[in-house]
Design a protein around this ligand. Structure first.
Ligand SMILES: [Mg+2]
Length: 383
């Protein structure tokens, strides 16, 4: 290397280069038969759209997004529109790739299915970078291996009061110290029964267990705030999505009407969606989800923005991905285990981490640390 007239010895280029040679996308799911219904929606299918990105050196990164409504379209966006654009690219240029795909598809999707597709691809690129460098993702992000608090999440509005209490008690018996269940029974029209259910669960699990509630977009701000003020004596950690996710004025009004902490963000896409929540002061706990919001590339930026606002992060679901960010951000609050995903997660991944005593810990494998069950995926692949 030459600097001016001087020859500097002892330095070699450390630049790594890899080429993507193949993008494979498959999807698997199962029918939900046990009547899982929240205040505004019934869950009929659950599963994963799985992306595998292979490089010339034989390494393969894996990523995923959810495969329910829209899964077939997400697969098509990846296979037909994103894959041809990234063949030949270097996975270490993941941010460059992210920006190119966003520009390419901006006219047909700055939120929604296009971003679910991009998220799965971005997660696979980060997994690939971890594998190429032989580092777990939490280490690549600057974090460390640590037990991360995780809460159990279920308790559907379609449950009887008895079934709700049984499920919450079963979570506590499995070791969870934090639990979340649905409110907004009878399409959000029966606040007294919601209050009764909260009191029944509080009485059953005792004072030491942290309880969170999810209204799944069902109320207007006045009703949400009224309910929040009815239940706040039950020591509720937060109330989630009391009004539609896009009702920013409603979220602001809710926050001005009650001191019960407000959680939202699982339906937001990109840093811009998160910026609106933070800048308008309508969130206390932000819940953006890597498989929707734009993968790790975007979620890392959102977490940093939330840190600057001193707002806590508790990402929606996908605990086996989000645990890699927990040690990176001091405002990281907890992971969520959506109990309904346990069955399909255990089938699709050979080694997805499971919680012990209310904590989840990453393994020592590189990247996201997940190994696909290729046999199950091959035998159950949907077109
Ligand atoms: Mg939710």
């Amino acid at each position: 290397m030459i600097a001016g007239n001087e020859v500097i010895t002892g330095t070699t280029s450390c630049r790594r280069a890899e080429k993507i040679i193949e993008v494979k996308v498959r999807r698997v799911s199962h029918t939900v038969t046990n009547n899982l219904q929240d205040a505004t929606r019934k869950i009929d299918r659950l599963g994963f759209v799985i992306v595998e990105i292979k490089t010339e050196s034989g390494h393969t990164g894996i990523g995923y997004t959810s495969n329910g409504a829209g899964g077939k379209a997400v697969k098509s966006v990846i296979a037909d529109y994103i894959a041809p654009k990234i063949i030949g690219k270097d996975p270490f240029e993941s941010s460059v790739i992210w920006n190119e795909i966003v520009s390419y598809l901006r006219g047909v999707g700055r939120k929604g299915l296009v971003f679910c597709a991009l998220s799965a691809v971005d997660i696979a690129l980060w997994d690939l970078k971890g594998k190429l460098l032989n580092l777990p993702l939490y280490q690549l992000f600057g974090g460390k291996k640590m037990p991360v608090p995780i809460y159990g999440s279920g308790g559907w509005t379609s449950y009887s009061d008895e079934k709700l209490v049984d499920e919450m008690l079963s979570m506590v018996n499995q070791g969870y110290r934090m639990i979340k269940f649905k409110v907004g029974v009878d399409n959000g029209s029966n606040l007294r029964r919601d209050l009764k259910r909260v009191r029944l669960v509080r009485k059953a699990v005792g004072d030491e267990i942290k309880i969170m509630l999810d209204a799944n977009n069902c109320w207007d701000a006045a009703t949400g705030a009224r309910f929040a003020n009815m239940v706040k004596d039950e020591d509720i950690l937060f109330l989630e999505e009391p009004v539609p996710a896009d009702d920013i004025p409603g979220l602001i009004k809710f926050k001005q009407s009650t001191d019960l902490p407000l959680a939202t963000g699982e339906h937001e896409y990109t840093k811009y969606g998160a910026r609106a929540l933070l800048a308008d002061n309508c969130v206390d706990i932000i819940q953006c989800d890597a498989v929707r919001t734009g993968g790790f590339t975007e979620l890392v930026k959102i977490c940093a923005m939330a840190e600057a606002w001193n707002i806590r992060i508790a990402p929606h679901g996908r605990e086996n991905l989000h645990l890699h960010l927990a040690g990176v951000f001091p405002n990281f609050m907890a992971l969520e285990n959506l109990i309904m995903y346990e069955e399909i997660t255990a089938k699709v991944f050979l080694n997805s981490p499971v919680q012990h005593n209310g904590y989840l810990e990453a393994n020592d494998l590189p990247g996201i640390g997940l190994i696909l069950n290729q046999k199950f995926i091959q035998e159950n692949e949907e077109n």
